[in-house]
Design a protein around this ligand. Sequence first.
Ligand code: NI
Length: 276
Amino acid sequence: MKVEPVYLVDTHAHLDDERFGADRDEVVERAARSGVKMIVNVGCDIPSSEAAIAFSRCYKGVYAVTGIHPHDAANAPHDAMDRLRDLAEDEAVVAIGEIGLDYHYELSPRDVQRELFIRQLDLARELGLPVVIHDREAHGDVMDILRAHASGPRGAGGVLHCFSGSLEMARECIKMGFYISFGGPLTFSNARRLRELATALPPDKILVETDCPYLAPVPHRGERNEPAFVRFTAEKLAEIRGVPLEEIAELTTTNARLVFPRLSLRRPGPSSGSNG
Ligand code: NI
C-alpha cells in the first residue's frame, strides 16, 4: 500500500547518536521522503550541541537546539554558559535544550541539576530563545523552577518534551507559554493516561516528536527510532482526537513554527546554492 506523505516536523531528535553513525544520510533522506520536512535536532552537552549545528549545515531542514541535559549536569564545563551563549548566535539554533531535571536515573546530583537548569533558563531568557524541557519524575521541582524562571512577559516559552505529567500540570505549563509534545509512548498499548491528555489539550498547544533513537512508536517499538517514524505518533494523535491525519500534520507544523520562531526564518542551506 502506498503511503501518501503529509508534512510533519519532528520536534525532538538526536541525530548525533552513534546508532545513526552508519546511515545518517539515509535516515535524513528517508524522513524527507516520508514528509518530515523539518527535524529539530537536540544537543545534550557541548559536543552534541556543536554537532547539532554542524548537521544543520549538512542537511536541509535540520535545525539545532543547544544545551546541557540534566544527565550531563555534573560534567558541564565551567565556562558552559559562555559557550552556549556563543553557540546560540548561530541562526540554526532555534532553542536552548534539552535542559531540565531527571530524578529517575539521577546521573548527576539533584542540586547540580537544578542549578544548571536555572542558569540555562536564565540564559534562554536573556537571549529571547524558547527552551526544550526534559522532566523525568521531577514534576514538582520542574514546576517550581519554571514558575520562578520561565514565566512572565520575558519568558519565551518552549516545549515540554515527551511529556509525562498530569493534565493539571500541562494546563499550567500552557499558561506559562509552553507547548506539550508527544512521542512514541502515545502509541503504546498501556498509554491510557497519555491518550486522555492528548484528547483534552487545546489543539494549538500540541506537538509531535520522536526523541530518536529512543522510544520508537508502535509498530517499531523496541527498534531504533528515526524521524520518519514521527508519522506513527501523528497518526495515533489523529485517531485519538478523531480528526484526519492531514489536520494533525498542519496543526502540529504550525505549532512548531510558533514555538520555535527561528524555524520560519530563511537561512542558507546545503541545497540553496551556498557552498560550505
Ligand atoms: Ni531527548
